[in-house]
Ligand binder design. Sequence first.
Ligand code: AMP
Length: 595
Amino acid sequence: MSDIIIGIDLGTTNSEVAVVQDGVSRVIEVDGARLLPSVVGLADDGTLLVGQAARNQFALYPERTVRSIKRRMGEDTKVAMGPESYTPQEISALILKRLKQAAEVDLGQPVTRAVITVPAYFSDAQRQATRDAGGLAGLEVVRIINEPTAAALAYEVDHPQGKTILVYDLGGGTFDVSVVRVARDVTEVLASHGNNHLGGDDFDDRIIDHLVEHLRAQGHDPRAERSAMARLTRAAEAAKITLSDAPFALIQEEYLLERDGAPVHLSLELAREDYEAMIEPYLRETLEAVHIAVNGAGLTVSDLDEVLLVGGATRTPLVQQRLEAALRMQPRAEVDPDLCVATGAAIQAAVIAGVQVASVLVDVTPYTFGTSALSILNGEPYPYTYCPLIRKNTPIPVTKSDVFETMHDGQRSIIVQVYQGEDPDALNNTEIGSFRIDGLSDVPAGNLIITTFSLDVNGILHVSSREKRTGLEAQITIDNATARFTGDALTAARDRLSALIDGYEYEGATDADQDGATDADGTAAGDVAGERREAVAARALVEKAERLLGEANAQDRDDLVDGIEAVRDALAQDDPRTLESAVAQLADLIFYLES
Ligand code: AMP
Protein backbone atom coordinates (compact mmCIF):
# COMPACT_ATOMS: atom_id res chain seq x y z
CA MET A 1 0.00 0.00 0.00
CA SER A 2 1.49 3.33 -0.99
CA ASP A 3 2.07 6.00 1.57
CA ILE A 4 -0.54 8.59 0.72
CA ILE A 5 -0.01 12.24 1.67
CA ILE A 6 -3.21 14.18 2.17
CA GLY A 7 -3.78 17.88 1.48
CA ILE A 8 -5.55 19.96 4.10
CA ASP A 9 -7.03 23.44 3.94
CA LEU A 10 -7.31 24.37 7.61
CA GLY A 11 -9.68 27.31 7.26
CA THR A 12 -11.13 29.90 9.61
CA THR A 13 -14.74 28.93 8.81
CA ASN A 14 -14.43 25.56 7.11
CA SER A 15 -11.72 22.98 6.59
CA GLU A 16 -11.34 20.41 3.85
CA VAL A 17 -9.20 17.40 3.09
CA ALA A 18 -8.29 16.22 -0.40
CA VAL A 19 -6.17 13.54 -1.96
CA VAL A 20 -4.81 12.61 -5.37
CA GLN A 21 -5.67 9.06 -6.31
CA ASP A 22 -5.00 7.47 -9.67
CA GLY A 23 -3.74 10.86 -10.78
CA VAL A 24 -7.01 12.62 -10.00
CA SER A 25 -7.58 15.00 -7.11
CA ARG A 26 -10.65 14.41 -4.98
CA VAL A 27 -12.08 16.08 -1.92
CA ILE A 28 -12.95 13.59 0.82
CA GLU A 29 -16.31 13.92 2.54
CA VAL A 30 -16.52 14.28 6.29
CA ASP A 31 -19.91 13.50 7.85
CA GLY A 32 -21.41 13.44 4.35
CA ALA A 33 -20.18 16.90 3.36
CA ARG A 34 -17.08 18.24 1.68
CA LEU A 35 -16.77 21.20 4.04
CA LEU A 36 -16.12 20.54 7.71
CA PRO A 37 -17.04 23.62 9.77
CA SER A 38 -13.92 24.61 11.73
CA VAL A 39 -15.86 24.51 14.98
CA VAL A 40 -15.16 22.40 18.06
CA GLY A 41 -17.43 22.00 21.08
CA LEU A 42 -18.55 19.90 23.98
CA ALA A 43 -22.08 18.48 24.07
CA ASP A 44 -24.30 18.47 27.21
CA ASP A 45 -22.73 15.22 28.36
CA GLY A 46 -19.18 16.35 27.66
CA THR A 47 -18.88 14.47 24.34
CA LEU A 48 -16.50 16.12 21.90
CA LEU A 49 -18.18 17.63 18.84
CA VAL A 50 -16.24 18.64 15.73
CA GLY A 51 -17.78 20.20 12.64
CA GLN A 52 -21.45 20.69 11.89
CA ALA A 53 -22.69 19.42 15.25
CA ALA A 54 -20.46 21.92 17.06
CA ARG A 55 -21.51 24.66 14.69
CA ASN A 56 -25.17 23.89 15.36
CA GLN A 57 -24.76 24.43 19.07
CA PHE A 58 -22.65 27.60 18.82
CA ALA A 59 -25.49 30.10 19.11
CA LEU A 60 -26.99 28.29 22.07
CA TYR A 61 -23.85 27.31 23.95
CA PRO A 62 -21.02 29.67 23.00
CA GLU A 63 -19.33 28.97 26.35
CA ARG A 64 -18.59 25.41 25.35
CA THR A 65 -18.02 25.94 21.64
CA VAL A 66 -14.94 27.35 19.87
CA ARG A 67 -14.89 28.71 16.36
CA SER A 68 -12.47 30.74 14.21
CA ILE A 69 -9.51 29.34 16.16
CA LYS A 70 -7.29 30.01 13.16
CA ARG A 71 -7.28 33.67 14.14
CA ARG A 72 -5.52 32.78 17.40
CA MET A 73 -2.86 30.51 15.93
CA GLY A 74 0.62 31.51 17.06
CA GLU A 75 -0.66 33.35 20.13
CA ASP A 76 0.51 32.26 23.55
CA THR A 77 -3.00 31.91 24.89
CA LYS A 78 -5.74 29.48 25.86
CA VAL A 79 -9.42 29.50 24.99
CA ALA A 80 -12.14 28.16 27.24
CA MET A 81 -14.30 25.28 26.09
CA GLY A 82 -16.58 24.13 28.89
CA PRO A 83 -14.70 23.51 32.14
CA GLU A 84 -11.21 23.45 30.57
CA SER A 85 -9.02 25.76 28.49
CA TYR A 86 -7.03 24.74 25.43
CA THR A 87 -4.26 26.21 23.28
CA PRO A 88 -5.10 27.17 19.67
CA GLN A 89 -2.87 24.30 18.55
CA GLU A 90 -4.91 21.83 20.58
CA ILE A 91 -8.23 23.05 19.18
CA SER A 92 -6.83 22.99 15.62
CA ALA A 93 -5.49 19.50 16.28
CA LEU A 94 -9.04 18.30 16.99
CA ILE A 95 -10.14 19.55 13.58
CA LEU A 96 -7.11 18.00 11.89
CA LYS A 97 -7.71 14.71 13.66
CA ARG A 98 -11.30 14.60 12.36
CA LEU A 99 -10.03 15.21 8.80
CA LYS A 100 -7.35 12.55 9.22
CA GLN A 101 -9.91 10.01 10.45
CA ALA A 102 -12.25 10.76 7.54
CA ALA A 103 -9.39 10.27 5.10
CA GLU A 104 -8.43 6.97 6.73
CA VAL A 105 -11.98 5.64 6.54
CA ASP A 106 -12.30 6.76 2.94
CA LEU A 107 -8.95 5.40 1.81
CA GLY A 108 -9.04 2.29 3.98
CA GLN A 109 -5.51 2.80 5.23
CA PRO A 110 -3.68 4.78 7.91
CA VAL A 111 -2.71 8.32 6.99
CA THR A 112 0.28 9.87 8.75
CA ARG A 113 1.49 12.68 6.48
CA ALA A 114 -0.08 15.88 5.27
CA VAL A 115 0.48 19.12 3.43
CA ILE A 116 -1.34 21.95 5.20
CA THR A 117 -2.07 25.39 3.80
CA VAL A 118 -1.78 28.71 5.62
CA PRO A 119 -2.42 32.32 4.58
CA ALA A 120 0.49 34.01 2.83
CA TYR A 121 0.79 36.55 5.65
CA PHE A 122 1.18 33.93 8.41
CA SER A 123 4.28 34.59 10.51
CA ASP A 124 6.82 31.95 11.43
CA ALA A 125 5.13 31.54 14.81
CA GLN A 126 1.76 30.94 13.15
CA ARG A 127 3.27 28.45 10.72
CA GLN A 128 5.00 26.64 13.57
CA ALA A 129 1.74 26.51 15.53
CA THR A 130 0.08 24.92 12.49
CA ARG A 131 2.84 22.35 12.26
CA ASP A 132 2.48 21.62 15.99
CA ALA A 133 -1.27 21.18 15.59
CA GLY A 134 -0.55 18.59 12.90
CA GLY A 135 1.83 16.79 15.25
CA LEU A 136 -0.77 16.71 18.02
CA ALA A 137 -3.24 15.20 15.54
CA GLY A 138 -0.77 12.45 14.65
CA LEU A 139 0.19 13.96 11.31
CA GLU A 140 3.68 14.69 10.10
CA VAL A 141 3.35 17.99 8.26
CA VAL A 142 5.60 17.40 5.28
CA ARG A 143 5.10 20.92 4.00
CA ILE A 144 3.26 24.08 4.86
CA ILE A 145 2.25 25.95 1.70
CA ASN A 146 0.62 29.31 1.13
CA GLU A 147 -3.06 29.29 0.28
CA PRO A 148 -2.68 31.39 -2.90
CA THR A 149 0.05 29.01 -4.04
CA ALA A 150 -2.34 26.10 -3.54
CA ALA A 151 -5.02 27.94 -5.53
CA ALA A 152 -2.55 28.47 -8.38
CA LEU A 153 -1.70 24.75 -8.31
CA ALA A 154 -5.38 23.81 -8.52
CA TYR A 155 -5.75 26.05 -11.55
CA GLU A 156 -2.50 24.78 -13.00
CA VAL A 157 -1.47 28.31 -13.65
CA ASP A 158 1.73 27.46 -15.35
CA HIS A 159 3.54 29.11 -18.17
CA PRO A 160 7.09 28.75 -19.48
CA GLN A 161 7.67 32.49 -19.17
CA GLY A 162 5.84 32.70 -15.88
CA LYS A 163 2.55 34.31 -15.03
CA THR A 164 1.46 36.93 -12.56
CA ILE A 165 -1.81 36.11 -10.88
CA LEU A 166 -4.01 37.72 -8.32
CA VAL A 167 -5.74 35.44 -5.85
CA TYR A 168 -8.81 37.03 -4.27
CA ASP A 169 -9.87 34.93 -1.30
CA LEU A 170 -13.04 35.93 0.50
CA GLY A 171 -14.08 33.29 3.00
CA GLY A 172 -16.53 33.32 5.87
CA GLY A 173 -14.48 35.44 8.24
CA THR A 174 -11.34 36.47 6.45
CA PHE A 175 -10.30 38.26 3.30
CA ASP A 176 -6.90 37.88 1.68
CA VAL A 177 -5.62 39.10 -1.61
CA SER A 178 -2.25 37.97 -2.92
CA VAL A 179 -0.22 38.69 -6.00
CA VAL A 180 1.66 35.58 -6.96
CA ARG A 181 4.29 34.93 -9.58
CA VAL A 182 4.19 31.38 -10.96
CA ALA A 183 7.03 30.09 -13.09
CA ARG A 184 7.48 26.38 -13.67
CA ASP A 185 7.55 24.76 -10.24
CA VAL A 186 8.29 27.92 -8.31
CA THR A 187 5.57 30.09 -6.86
CA GLU A 188 6.48 33.34 -5.21
CA VAL A 189 4.07 35.49 -3.26
CA LEU A 190 4.96 39.04 -4.34
CA ALA A 191 2.54 40.85 -2.05
CA SER A 192 -0.46 40.14 0.06
CA HIS A 193 -2.99 42.21 1.90
CA GLY A 194 -6.34 41.71 3.54
CA ASN A 195 -8.49 41.93 6.59
CA ASN A 196 -8.82 38.91 8.81
CA HIS A 197 -12.12 40.15 10.16
CA LEU A 198 -13.99 40.53 6.89
CA GLY A 199 -15.96 37.88 5.04
CA GLY A 200 -19.27 36.30 4.20
CA ASP A 201 -20.25 36.28 7.89
CA ASP A 202 -20.36 40.09 7.74
CA PHE A 203 -22.78 39.81 4.84
CA ASP A 204 -24.94 37.54 7.01
CA ASP A 205 -24.77 40.07 9.84
CA ARG A 206 -26.12 42.85 7.63
CA ILE A 207 -29.07 40.63 6.70
CA ILE A 208 -29.61 39.75 10.37
CA ASP A 209 -29.67 43.49 11.24
CA HIS A 210 -32.26 43.99 8.53
CA LEU A 211 -34.42 41.15 9.89
CA VAL A 212 -34.12 42.43 13.46
CA GLU A 213 -35.13 45.93 12.35
CA HIS A 214 -38.11 44.50 10.53
CA LEU A 215 -39.22 42.63 13.66
CA ARG A 216 -38.60 45.64 15.88
CA ALA A 217 -40.75 47.80 13.63
CA GLN A 218 -43.53 45.36 14.46
CA GLY A 219 -42.82 45.66 18.18
CA HIS A 220 -40.78 42.47 18.64
CA ASP A 221 -37.14 42.33 19.65
CA PRO A 222 -35.45 38.98 19.08
CA ARG A 223 -31.99 40.10 20.30
CA ALA A 224 -32.40 38.63 23.76
CA GLU A 225 -33.72 35.29 22.47
CA ARG A 226 -30.77 33.05 21.73
CA SER A 227 -32.68 30.42 19.84
CA ALA A 228 -34.50 33.01 17.72
CA MET A 229 -31.17 34.65 16.89
CA ALA A 230 -29.71 31.25 16.00
CA ARG A 231 -32.58 30.73 13.56
CA LEU A 232 -32.17 34.22 12.09
CA THR A 233 -28.44 33.62 11.60
CA ARG A 234 -29.13 30.45 9.68
CA ALA A 235 -31.93 32.05 7.66
CA ALA A 236 -29.71 35.03 6.80
CA GLU A 237 -26.96 32.81 5.43
CA ALA A 238 -29.48 30.78 3.42
CA ALA A 239 -30.97 33.99 1.96
CA LYS A 240 -27.50 35.24 1.06
CA ILE A 241 -26.73 32.00 -0.78
CA THR A 242 -30.09 32.15 -2.62
CA LEU A 243 -29.33 35.70 -3.71
CA SER A 244 -26.16 34.53 -5.43
CA ASP A 245 -28.35 32.82 -8.03
CA ALA A 246 -31.72 34.58 -7.83
CA PRO A 247 -32.96 38.17 -7.64
CA PHE A 248 -35.18 37.61 -4.58
CA ALA A 249 -35.03 35.47 -1.44
CA LEU A 250 -38.01 34.73 0.74
CA ILE A 251 -37.13 34.49 4.43
CA GLN A 252 -39.74 32.61 6.40
CA GLU A 253 -39.42 31.54 10.01
CA GLU A 254 -42.59 30.38 11.66
CA TYR A 255 -43.04 30.50 15.43
CA LEU A 256 -39.87 32.54 15.76
CA LEU A 257 -40.89 34.30 18.96
CA GLU A 258 -43.73 34.33 21.40
CA ARG A 259 -45.39 37.50 22.59
CA ASP A 260 -48.15 37.49 25.18
CA GLY A 261 -48.65 33.81 24.49
CA ALA A 262 -49.15 34.39 20.73
CA PRO A 263 -46.62 33.14 18.15
CA VAL A 264 -44.69 35.64 16.04
CA HIS A 265 -43.89 34.52 12.50
CA LEU A 266 -41.33 36.12 10.22
CA SER A 267 -41.98 36.42 6.49
CA LEU A 268 -39.93 38.85 4.50
CA GLU A 269 -38.71 39.06 0.94
CA LEU A 270 -35.22 40.41 0.35
CA ALA A 271 -34.26 41.74 -3.09
CA ARG A 272 -30.74 41.18 -4.37
CA GLU A 273 -30.52 44.88 -5.12
CA ASP A 274 -31.16 45.80 -1.47
CA TYR A 275 -28.78 43.13 -0.25
CA GLU A 276 -26.09 44.39 -2.59
CA ALA A 277 -26.47 47.89 -1.18
CA MET A 278 -25.87 46.41 2.30
CA ILE A 279 -22.60 44.74 1.34
CA GLU A 280 -21.26 47.42 -0.99
CA PRO A 281 -18.96 49.02 1.65
CA TYR A 282 -17.28 45.66 2.27
CA LEU A 283 -16.64 45.16 -1.42
CA ARG A 284 -15.17 48.62 -1.71
CA GLU A 285 -12.78 47.73 1.08
CA THR A 286 -11.71 44.53 -0.68
CA LEU A 287 -11.05 46.41 -3.91
CA GLU A 288 -8.89 48.92 -2.06
CA ALA A 289 -6.93 45.97 -0.68
CA VAL A 290 -6.55 44.59 -4.22
CA HIS A 291 -4.97 47.84 -5.34
CA ILE A 292 -2.72 47.95 -2.29
CA ALA A 293 -1.51 44.40 -3.02
CA VAL A 294 -0.91 45.15 -6.71
CA ASN A 295 1.00 48.33 -5.84
CA GLY A 296 2.87 46.47 -3.11
CA ALA A 297 4.10 44.02 -5.74
CA GLY A 298 5.39 46.99 -7.75
CA LEU A 299 2.88 46.25 -10.50
CA THR A 300 -0.18 47.74 -12.12
CA VAL A 301 -3.46 46.04 -12.93
CA SER A 302 -2.44 45.57 -16.56
CA ASP A 303 0.48 43.36 -15.43
CA LEU A 304 -1.90 40.70 -14.11
CA ASP A 305 -2.37 37.62 -16.31
CA GLU A 306 -5.10 35.91 -14.30
CA VAL A 307 -7.42 36.48 -11.40
CA LEU A 308 -8.48 33.46 -9.34
CA LEU A 309 -11.45 33.41 -6.98
CA VAL A 310 -11.13 31.49 -3.75
CA GLY A 311 -13.48 31.29 -0.75
CA GLY A 312 -17.22 30.65 -0.64
CA ALA A 313 -18.19 34.30 -0.50
CA THR A 314 -16.73 34.92 -3.97
CA ARG A 315 -19.86 33.23 -5.33
CA THR A 316 -21.60 36.54 -4.68
CA PRO A 317 -22.22 37.97 -8.17
CA LEU A 318 -21.47 41.53 -7.08
CA VAL A 319 -18.00 40.43 -5.94
CA GLN A 320 -17.29 39.06 -9.41
CA GLN A 321 -18.77 42.11 -11.15
CA ARG A 322 -16.81 44.62 -9.12
CA LEU A 323 -13.59 42.70 -9.53
CA GLU A 324 -14.07 42.32 -13.26
CA ALA A 325 -14.74 46.04 -13.64
CA ALA A 326 -11.71 46.97 -11.53
CA LEU A 327 -9.27 44.52 -13.12
CA ARG A 328 -10.74 44.51 -16.63
CA MET A 329 -10.74 40.74 -16.90
CA GLN A 330 -13.14 37.97 -16.01
CA PRO A 331 -11.97 36.28 -12.82
CA ARG A 332 -11.65 32.49 -12.99
CA ALA A 333 -14.04 30.59 -10.78
CA GLU A 334 -14.35 27.19 -12.39
CA VAL A 335 -12.70 25.25 -9.58
CA ASP A 336 -15.09 25.23 -6.62
CA PRO A 337 -13.90 28.24 -4.58
CA ASP A 338 -14.45 26.37 -1.29
CA LEU A 339 -12.38 23.40 -2.39
CA CYS A 340 -9.73 25.00 -4.52
CA VAL A 341 -7.13 25.42 -1.76
CA ALA A 342 -7.54 21.85 -0.46
CA THR A 343 -7.29 20.60 -4.04
CA GLY A 344 -4.05 22.53 -4.51
CA ALA A 345 -2.72 21.12 -1.23
CA ALA A 346 -3.48 17.59 -2.44
CA ILE A 347 -1.70 18.30 -5.73
CA GLN A 348 1.35 19.56 -3.82
CA ALA A 349 1.20 16.44 -1.64
CA ALA A 350 1.13 14.22 -4.71
CA VAL A 351 4.10 16.02 -6.22
CA ILE A 352 6.05 15.45 -2.99
CA ALA A 353 5.03 11.78 -3.00
CA GLY A 354 6.15 11.48 -6.61
CA VAL A 355 2.65 10.73 -7.91
CA GLN A 356 1.53 11.88 -11.37
CA VAL A 357 -1.33 14.37 -11.30
CA ALA A 358 -3.82 15.01 -14.07
CA SER A 359 -5.46 18.40 -14.37
CA VAL A 360 -8.49 19.23 -12.29
CA LEU A 361 -11.28 18.65 -14.76
CA VAL A 362 -14.43 20.61 -14.24
CA ASP A 363 -17.40 20.72 -16.57
CA VAL A 364 -17.84 24.33 -17.54
CA THR A 365 -19.89 26.16 -20.11
CA PRO A 366 -17.69 27.31 -23.01
CA TYR A 367 -19.97 30.26 -23.82
CA THR A 368 -21.95 32.94 -22.09
CA PHE A 369 -25.75 32.78 -22.28
CA GLY A 370 -28.09 35.67 -21.71
CA THR A 371 -30.93 37.77 -22.92
CA SER A 372 -31.26 41.36 -24.10
CA ALA A 373 -32.99 44.38 -22.67
CA LEU A 374 -33.05 48.12 -22.80
CA SER A 375 -30.11 49.37 -20.82
CA ILE A 376 -27.08 51.59 -21.22
CA LEU A 377 -24.37 50.53 -23.62
CA ASN A 378 -21.37 52.77 -24.20
CA GLY A 379 -23.11 55.59 -22.42
CA GLU A 380 -26.31 55.49 -24.44
CA PRO A 381 -29.67 53.76 -23.96
CA TYR A 382 -29.66 50.75 -26.21
CA PRO A 383 -32.49 48.22 -26.58
CA TYR A 384 -30.33 45.21 -27.33
CA THR A 385 -27.94 45.47 -24.40
CA TYR A 386 -26.73 41.99 -23.63
CA CYS A 387 -27.62 40.77 -20.14
CA PRO A 388 -25.58 37.64 -19.47
CA LEU A 389 -27.11 35.23 -16.96
CA ILE A 390 -24.72 32.30 -17.21
CA ARG A 391 -21.15 33.41 -17.78
CA LYS A 392 -18.54 31.53 -19.81
CA ASN A 393 -16.51 29.06 -17.71
CA THR A 394 -19.19 28.68 -15.05
CA PRO A 395 -19.26 25.09 -13.74
CA ILE A 396 -22.33 23.19 -14.95
CA PRO A 397 -25.05 22.25 -14.11
CA VAL A 398 -26.02 25.78 -13.13
CA THR A 399 -29.18 27.81 -12.63
CA LYS A 400 -29.17 31.61 -12.53
CA SER A 401 -32.00 34.09 -12.57
CA ASP A 402 -32.38 37.83 -12.81
CA VAL A 403 -35.16 40.35 -12.76
CA PHE A 404 -36.33 42.59 -15.58
CA GLU A 405 -39.06 45.19 -15.91
CA THR A 406 -41.67 45.89 -18.54
CA MET A 407 -41.16 49.18 -20.38
CA HIS A 408 -44.70 50.39 -21.03
CA ASP A 409 -47.80 51.00 -18.96
CA GLY A 410 -50.28 48.22 -19.66
CA GLN A 411 -47.67 46.10 -21.48
CA ARG A 412 -49.37 42.73 -21.87
CA SER A 413 -46.59 40.74 -23.49
CA ILE A 414 -42.85 40.45 -23.83
CA ILE A 415 -40.54 38.56 -26.12
CA VAL A 416 -37.57 36.94 -24.45
CA GLN A 417 -34.57 36.50 -26.71
CA VAL A 418 -31.95 33.92 -25.77
CA TYR A 419 -28.39 34.52 -26.96
CA GLN A 420 -25.08 32.72 -26.89
CA GLY A 421 -22.01 34.93 -26.99
CA GLU A 422 -19.83 37.41 -25.20
CA ASP A 423 -20.50 40.72 -26.90
CA PRO A 424 -22.08 43.55 -24.89
CA ASP A 425 -24.33 44.17 -27.90
CA ALA A 426 -26.75 41.24 -28.02
CA LEU A 427 -27.10 41.63 -31.79
CA ASN A 428 -23.46 40.62 -32.20
CA ASN A 429 -24.17 37.38 -30.38
CA THR A 430 -26.02 34.35 -31.69
CA GLU A 431 -29.71 34.20 -31.01
CA ILE A 432 -30.45 30.59 -30.16
CA GLY A 433 -34.10 30.89 -29.26
CA SER A 434 -36.91 33.18 -28.26
CA PHE A 435 -40.35 32.96 -26.74
CA ARG A 436 -43.17 35.19 -25.79
CA ILE A 437 -45.26 35.62 -22.68
CA ASP A 438 -48.77 36.94 -23.31
CA GLY A 439 -51.43 37.87 -20.82
CA LEU A 440 -49.31 39.92 -18.42
CA SER A 441 -51.23 41.99 -15.88
CA ASP A 442 -52.54 45.36 -16.96
CA VAL A 443 -50.27 47.40 -14.67
CA PRO A 444 -47.94 50.39 -15.05
CA ALA A 445 -44.44 49.96 -16.51
CA GLY A 446 -42.01 48.25 -14.14
CA ASN A 447 -43.93 44.97 -13.87
CA LEU A 448 -41.28 42.53 -12.61
CA ILE A 449 -40.38 39.54 -14.75
CA ILE A 450 -38.00 36.93 -13.39
CA THR A 451 -36.03 35.12 -16.05
CA THR A 452 -34.20 31.91 -15.19
CA PHE A 453 -31.53 30.11 -17.22
CA SER A 454 -30.66 26.48 -16.34
CA LEU A 455 -27.88 24.74 -18.21
CA ASP A 456 -27.17 21.06 -17.68
CA VAL A 457 -24.08 18.97 -18.38
CA ASN A 458 -25.54 17.80 -21.70
CA GLY A 459 -25.73 21.34 -23.01
CA ILE A 460 -29.50 21.56 -22.67
CA LEU A 461 -30.52 25.10 -21.82
CA HIS A 462 -33.87 25.69 -20.21
CA VAL A 463 -35.06 29.30 -20.08
CA SER A 464 -38.21 30.45 -18.33
CA SER A 465 -39.70 33.86 -17.60
CA ARG A 466 -42.28 34.45 -14.90
CA GLU A 467 -44.39 37.44 -14.04
CA LYS A 468 -43.50 37.91 -10.37
CA ARG A 469 -46.88 39.16 -9.21
CA THR A 470 -48.94 36.31 -10.72
CA GLY A 471 -46.54 33.47 -11.47
CA LEU A 472 -47.63 33.48 -15.15
CA GLU A 473 -44.81 31.72 -16.95
CA ALA A 474 -43.50 30.82 -20.39
CA GLN A 475 -40.43 28.82 -21.28
CA ILE A 476 -38.23 27.27 -23.91
CA THR A 477 -35.78 24.37 -23.97
CA ILE A 478 -32.81 24.59 -26.30
CA ASP A 479 -30.86 21.43 -27.04
CA ASN A 480 -27.18 21.64 -27.84
CA ALA A 481 -26.90 25.14 -26.48
CA THR A 482 -23.19 24.70 -25.89
CA ALA A 483 -22.47 23.82 -29.52
CA ARG A 484 -20.62 26.53 -31.43
CA PHE A 485 -23.14 28.17 -33.71
CA THR A 486 -22.04 28.65 -37.30
CA GLY A 487 -21.35 31.88 -39.11
CA ASP A 488 -24.63 31.46 -41.00
CA ALA A 489 -26.60 31.31 -37.80
CA LEU A 490 -24.74 34.35 -36.60
CA THR A 491 -25.58 36.31 -39.72
CA ALA A 492 -29.19 35.20 -39.57
CA ALA A 493 -29.37 36.34 -35.98
CA ARG A 494 -27.91 39.72 -36.82
CA ASP A 495 -30.45 40.13 -39.57
CA ARG A 496 -33.35 39.68 -37.24
CA LEU A 497 -34.09 43.34 -36.94
CA SER A 498 -37.71 42.82 -36.15
CA ALA A 499 -36.88 41.13 -32.87
CA LEU A 500 -37.63 42.57 -29.46
CA ILE A 501 -40.55 44.72 -30.43
CA ASP A 502 -41.90 44.70 -26.92
CA GLY A 503 -38.53 44.32 -25.23
CA TYR A 504 -38.02 44.49 -21.58
CA GLU A 505 -35.74 46.44 -19.41
CA TYR A 506 -32.82 45.28 -17.34
CA GLU A 507 -33.56 46.05 -13.77
CA GLY A 508 -30.02 45.50 -12.58
CA ALA A 509 -29.13 48.69 -14.44
CA THR A 510 -28.31 50.71 -11.36
CA ASP A 511 -24.55 50.82 -11.64
CA ALA A 512 -22.85 54.07 -12.42
CA ASP A 513 -22.17 52.94 -15.95
CA GLN A 514 -25.77 51.91 -16.43
CA ASP A 515 -27.47 54.81 -14.75
CA GLY A 516 -30.38 56.28 -16.58
CA ALA A 517 -31.40 52.95 -18.05
CA THR A 518 -35.01 53.75 -17.43
CA ASP A 519 -36.37 55.01 -20.64
CA ALA A 520 -38.75 57.71 -19.49
CA ASP A 521 -40.91 57.80 -22.57
CA GLY A 522 -40.76 54.09 -23.15
CA THR A 523 -38.91 54.30 -26.43
CA ALA A 524 -39.18 50.94 -28.15
CA ALA A 525 -36.45 49.12 -29.99
CA GLY A 526 -37.58 50.15 -33.42
CA ASP A 527 -37.11 53.84 -32.64
CA VAL A 528 -33.35 53.52 -32.44
CA ALA A 529 -31.89 54.55 -35.77
CA GLY A 530 -30.21 51.70 -37.59
CA GLU A 531 -27.07 53.69 -38.22
CA ARG A 532 -26.59 54.54 -34.62
CA ARG A 533 -26.99 50.88 -33.76
CA GLU A 534 -24.26 50.01 -36.27
CA ALA A 535 -21.97 52.56 -34.66
CA VAL A 536 -22.73 51.25 -31.18
CA ALA A 537 -22.06 47.72 -32.36
CA ALA A 538 -18.82 48.81 -34.01
CA ARG A 539 -17.57 50.49 -30.85
CA ALA A 540 -18.43 47.40 -28.84
CA LEU A 541 -16.46 45.29 -31.30
CA VAL A 542 -13.47 47.60 -30.98
CA GLU A 543 -13.63 47.27 -27.20
CA LYS A 544 -13.73 43.54 -27.48
CA ALA A 545 -10.76 43.54 -29.87
CA GLU A 546 -8.84 45.71 -27.43
CA ARG A 547 -9.48 43.22 -24.68
CA LEU A 548 -8.00 40.48 -26.84
CA LEU A 549 -4.82 42.42 -27.55
CA GLY A 550 -3.19 41.34 -24.29
CA GLU A 551 -3.34 37.64 -25.01
CA ALA A 552 -2.75 37.72 -28.77
CA ASN A 553 0.60 36.81 -30.30
CA ALA A 554 2.61 39.44 -32.19
CA GLN A 555 1.12 38.68 -35.61
CA ASP A 556 -2.47 38.54 -34.37
CA ARG A 557 -1.91 41.71 -32.39
CA ASP A 558 -0.79 43.56 -35.52
CA ASP A 559 -3.87 42.31 -37.36
CA LEU A 560 -6.10 43.34 -34.48
CA VAL A 561 -4.56 46.82 -34.32
CA ASP A 562 -5.08 47.23 -38.08
CA GLY A 563 -8.67 46.03 -37.77
CA ILE A 564 -9.37 48.38 -34.88
CA GLU A 565 -7.92 51.32 -36.78
CA ALA A 566 -9.97 50.52 -39.86
CA VAL A 567 -13.18 50.50 -37.80
CA ARG A 568 -12.23 53.72 -36.04
CA ASP A 569 -11.46 55.45 -39.35
CA ALA A 570 -14.77 54.31 -40.78
CA LEU A 571 -16.58 55.61 -37.70
CA ALA A 572 -14.80 58.96 -38.06
CA GLN A 573 -15.71 59.15 -41.75
CA ASP A 574 -19.32 58.31 -40.91
CA ASP A 575 -19.48 56.11 -43.99
CA PRO A 576 -21.86 53.17 -43.42
CA ARG A 577 -20.47 51.00 -46.24
CA THR A 578 -16.84 51.34 -45.18
CA LEU A 579 -17.93 50.72 -41.60
CA GLU A 580 -19.83 47.58 -42.55
CA SER A 581 -16.85 46.08 -44.31
CA ALA A 582 -14.37 47.08 -41.56
CA VAL A 583 -16.66 45.62 -38.90
CA ALA A 584 -17.06 42.38 -40.85
CA GLN A 585 -13.28 41.99 -41.16
CA LEU A 586 -12.65 42.67 -37.50
CA ALA A 587 -15.51 40.34 -36.48
CA ASP A 588 -14.01 37.57 -38.62
CA LEU A 589 -10.61 38.09 -37.04
CA ILE A 590 -12.06 37.94 -33.52
CA PHE A 591 -14.08 34.86 -34.41
CA TYR A 592 -10.89 33.19 -35.67
CA LEU A 593 -8.90 34.21 -32.58
CA GLU A 594 -11.55 32.92 -30.23
CA SER A 595 -12.18 29.59 -31.89
P1 AMP B 1 -15.09 29.52 3.14
O1 AMP B 1 -14.53 30.10 4.42
O2 AMP B 1 -14.23 29.68 1.97
O3 AMP B 1 -15.59 28.13 3.30
O4 AMP B 1 -16.37 30.42 2.81
C1 AMP B 1 -17.49 30.38 3.60
C2 AMP B 1 -18.35 31.59 3.31
O5 AMP B 1 -18.85 31.52 1.99
C3 AMP B 1 -19.55 31.63 4.25
O6 AMP B 1 -19.79 32.98 4.65
C4 AMP B 1 -20.65 31.14 3.35
O7 AMP B 1 -21.92 31.60 3.76
C5 AMP B 1 -20.24 31.76 2.03
N1 AMP B 1 -20.91 31.14 0.88
C6 AMP B 1 -21.00 29.82 0.57
N2 AMP B 1 -21.72 29.64 -0.55
C7 AMP B 1 -22.09 30.88 -0.98
C8 AMP B 1 -22.87 31.37 -2.07
N3 AMP B 1 -23.41 30.54 -2.98
N4 AMP B 1 -23.06 32.70 -2.18
C9 AMP B 1 -22.51 33.57 -1.28
N5 AMP B 1 -21.79 33.17 -0.22
C10 AMP B 1 -21.57 31.84 -0.06
